[in-house]
Structure formats: structure tokens, C-alpha cells
Design a protein around this ligand. Structure first.
Ligand code: UGA
Length: 459
């Protein structure tokens, strides 16, 4: 028995909860993952994952019996040294996050606390001040509450879907926000293996070249909560900035990929999250920028930079359609292949995917849409029932006989496609490549990319 190992409960088995539970079990802790959804828990008990995420299945196997799943707070909470709240905070129509799942989790946790030292950790993305609110809820609902025993720490998550395990095992920094040194010390103990410079995850999650141990950033509870929002807002801003410059590049005959490479080598700017394209999507950037703007509004405080980032992202989605119209003029009755439905590669997550808006708009314009995604098609069949499109069995099948193609997600499979052959089999060889998937000059057809002047027919 490893004396450093802790008992951990993780409430919520979405992307963040699953990743946290499986990663901590892999590190040697004893973890119970809890979800109120019985179907999900039944699946997990059978060793199946409710989401697609690279390496999660393998790490789950490698964690062996250190990992259990339950629907019962009575089973998960009393023995836990550390309890993570990882439930969803989906946006309300007002843009503010819905905190009802956090409130339910906190109240249920409170009812089963054991009266000894237990640390409750907020990993869900929550408005500034929520940590204190959770602490008060524990105080009100714990049967045997004593001042200072139930410590709340904010430990925001920075993992990206599609590379979740890599990001969790090799983080740039670990942020711990609490006004209690005891709470922080317990979490430092939990993450100790990751803080060791010589830490190596299994070979299938390779250590990045030049990786150095994560920076430990300890802050107040509120600062940690703000860090999560500010990080996502800044990343969204970087992408919107690249998209705004990309638009001007097209007018002045510059290429945004060359421009961002040129500015990215300045260490003050950095090369990442400057890829122009169809704009950002996913469950976080849109939700978190709107939340921050709406928190500002509560104080009568405008956030014009963030509002502009959101507006540019909206405009970017429309740009895809505009580019198509510029080439084909009337779209009605045309057949358009949409390649990629997930909001980014290596995930089947469709939330706020730019491809959704693209397919919806094409449908409104009377276009016959043939869509393909290597992983997300089954999920789209459930979640995108309101959209009109045909499924293609392969990217080649989608392109066959099409009047145009739009690449919305940069799946590797699309990079490796025989584009010269595929373009020959299109009725009209036009590709709107929003993600710079096609890198070679092609002997036939037109490849139009964001942030680069339309090339016209290449040969
Ligand atoms: C994002 C953050 O990157 C994570 O750090 C954070 O933990 C997570 O949100 C969260 O809050 O849970 P995620 O939404 O999984 O992660 O995906 P990203 O890789 O950030 O991509 C978001 C969107 O931006 C995608 O649609 C992607 O295509 C787009 N993007 C990204 C660009 O258009 N250009 C870029 O240069 C980078």
C-alpha cells in the first residue's frame, strides 16, 4: 500500500471528470467516479467509455482496481480525502452558466461528509465567488459541520479535448486557489507525481520534447476562478485576432500562415492558437467568453475586446458561406460536401461546432449537403436530427460528383487523402479549405483557403 496514495471522489463523468478520475487513478490514488446518470455508470463499470478521447481507454485499463464507478454519494464521499466537483456548467440563455448541477453536487456531498478533514475541489468552470458559495453550502448542509474542516480549493482544468490525457499528464502549470494552506498542501500531495521532473507517463502518451515539470501557481480562491476564464478568453482572443488579420491578408495578398509564423517566433507572442480558419467552437470558448461578458455586465463593466472576439468568430462562420457564394454564385440545388463535423479533430464532440452552422446555413440556401466525419457521424445522427444532410461513408464518397467541398475539421485522414484524384471526380473541383489541410499544389481545381488571396484555378 502506497502511503502517499489518497482516497479521491470525482463527481461528474464528463470530459473533465473522466479525465481527472482516470489520470489520478493512474498516478496511484484510489478513485471513485460518481455520476447520477445510471446508464453512464453502468457503461463505465463494463469498461466502456461514454466519449471518444484518445488513450483514455488504455489508461483506464492500466489503473486496474484503483478506479471504481458509482451513482451513490453515500459510497463515494465518506472515505474520500479529496472530493472533486467536475459537473457541467452549461450556458443559460442569458450567457451566464447554469450552476444548478454544482449546487446539487455540493449539497449531496455535504450530506455525506465525515466530520474529519476533507478537501472539496472545484474543477468545474464557475463564476468568480462560486468557491465561497460552495463552502457556505457545505456549511449549511453538512450534518456535523465544524469551522475550517471542509476546505474548498479551486483547481481549474486546462485540458483540451482530443489531447486530454497528454494535457493532464504533462500540464504547463497547476493552479491551486484557496485561502487555506492545509487545502493547498493536500492537493500538492495529490499531484506530487506530476511535479517530479522525472515523471514519465506510459509510452502511448509520450513526453513532449523539452518538457519541464509544471509550474505550481497558488492563488486565492477568486483569482484561480478568474484564471480559468481569463485563460480561455485570451485563447479565443488570439484566434479571433488571427482571423481578423487573415481577412486583411486576403485584400493585400499576404498569407496569414506566413504572418503568424513570423510573429509567433517572438516569445512575447508565441506561435500557438493563431491558426485562422472557420473560427473557434467547442463547449468552452463560446460559453466562457459569454460568461465573462455577462459577469462584467452585472457590475456595469463593458468588455469590448471580448465582445469583438465573439463578433469576429460569428463573422468567420459566415465567411465560409460567402466564399462558396463568390465561386458558385447561386447555391440552390448544388451539391456540397462538408468534410468534418466535430468542432476539432480527435474528438466526437459536436458542441458549438462551426460545421453545424455551416450545414444549417447551406440547408437554408437549398443546398444538398453530403457530410462526413471519421468519428462524429453516429453522434451527429442523434444530436443533429434538426439538420438536413446526407451522410457519406467516406470522404471520397462525399466528394464524388460534388459541386464544391468545404473542409471544416482538420482530421489527419483528410490531410492524407489523394486530393488530385478526388478533385477529378468532383463535378466542379472547388474546395474551401478552412483548416489548411491541403498543402500541396494540385494539378486540377481551385483550393480556396482562409487568409490567403483566392488562387483561382491553379493550373
Ligand atoms: C479549450 C482550451 O484550449 C483548454 O485549455 C480548456 O481547458 C478547455 O477549452 C476547457 O475550458 O475545458 P477545447 O475546447 O477542448 O479546449 O479545444 P481547443 O483545442 O482549445 O480548440 C477550441 C476551438 O478553437 C476549436 O474549434 C479549434 O478548431 C479552434 N482553434 C484552435 C482555432 O480555430 N485556431 C487555433 O489556432 C486553435
Amino acid at each position: 500500500q502506497d502511503t502517499r496514495a489518497l482516497q479521491v471522489a470525482v463527481v461528474g463523468t464528463g470530459y473533465v471528470g473522466l479525465g481527472t478520475a482516470i489520470m489520478l487513478a493512474y498516478l496511484g490514488h484510489h478513485v471513485v467516479g460518481l455520476d447520477v446518470d445510471e446508464n453512464k455508470v453502468a457503461m463505465l463499470r463494463r469498461g466502456q467509455l461514454p466519449i471518444y478521447e484518445p488513450h483514455l481507454d488504455q489508461l483506464m485499463l492500466d489503473s486496474g482496481d484503483r478506479l471504481r464507478w458509482t451513482t451513490s454519494y453515500a459510497e463515494a464521499i465518506p472515505d474520500a480525502d479529496v472530493i472533486f466537483i467536475c459537473v457541467g456548467t452549461p450556458p443559460l440563455p442569458s450567457g451566464q452558466p447554469n450552476l444548478s448541477y454544482v449546487a446539487d453536487a455540493a449539497q449531496s456531498i455535504a450530506g455525506h461528509l465525515n466530520g474529519k478533514l476533507q478537501v472539496v475541489v472545484n474543477k468545474s468552470t464557475v463564476p468568480i465567488g462560486t468557491g465561497d458559495w460552495v463552502a457556505r453550502m457545505l456549511e449549511e448542509h453538512a450534518p456535523d459541520y465544524h469551522e475550517g474542516r471542509y476546505l474548498v480549493v479551486s483547481n481549474p482544468e486546462f485540458l483540451r479535448e482530443g489531447t486530454a490525457m497528454h494535457d493532464s499528464l504533462y500540464p504547463d502549470r497547476i493552479v491551486l486557489g484557496s485561502d487555506s494552506p492545509v487545502g493547498i498542501a493536500q492537493l500538492v500531495r495529490l499531484y506530487e507525481p506530476l511535479l517530479d521532473q522525472s515523471f514519465e507517463a506510459p509510452g502511448y502518451v509520450p513526453r513532449p520534447a523539452g518538457y519541464t515539470r509544471p509550474e505550481l501557481v497558488t492563488t486565492s480562491l477568486s483569482s484561480a476562478e478568474m484564471i480559468k476564464y481569463a485563460a480561455n478568453a485570451f485563447l479565443a482572443l488570439k484566434i479571433s485576432f488571427a482571423n481578423e488579420i487573415a481577412g486583411l491578408c486576403e485584400w493585400v495578398d499576404a498569407d496569414i500562415a506566413e504572418v503568424t509564423r513570423g510573429i509567433g517566433h517572438d516569445q512575447r507572442i508565441g506561435p500557438r492558437f493563431l491558426e485562422a480558419g472557420a473560427g473557434w467552437g467547442g463547449s468552452c470558448f463560446g460559453k466562457d467568453t459569454s460568461a465573462l461578458i455577462s459577469i462584467g455586465r452585472e457590475y456595469g463593466y463593458d468588455m469590448p475586446i471580448l465582445a469583438a472576439a465573439v463578433e469576429i468568430n460569428r463573422r468567420q462562420r459566415q465567411l465560409v458561406i460567402t466564399k462558396l457564394q463568390q465561386h458558385l454564385h447561386r447555391l440552390k440545388g448544388k451539391r456540397v460536401a462538408v468534410l468534418g463535423m466535430a468542432f476539432k479533430p480527435n474528438t466526437d464532440d459536436l458542441r458549438d461546432s462551426p460545421a453545424h452552422d455551416c450545414i444549417a446555413r447551406l440547408g437554408e440556401l437549398g443546398v444538398q449537403v453530403v457530410a462526413h466525419d471519421p468519428i462524429a457521424m453516429p453522434r451527429a445522427r442523434e444530436e443533429w436530427r434538426h439538420l438536413r444532410y446526407h451522410e457519406a461513408a467516406s470522404a471520397e464518397a462525399a466528394l464524388h460528383g460534388a459541386d464544391a467541398a468545404i473542409i471544416m475539421t482538420e482530421w489527419n485522414e483528410y490531410r492524407q487523402l489523394d486530393w488530385a484524384g478526388a478533385l477529378r471526380r468532383m463535378r466542379n473541383p472547388l474546395v474551401i479549405d478552412t483548416r489548411r489541410v491541403i498543402t500541396a499544389a494540385l494539378p486540377v481545381g481551385t483550393v480556396e483557403q482562409i487568409g490567403k488571396r483566392a488562387p483561382g484555378v491553379l493550373v
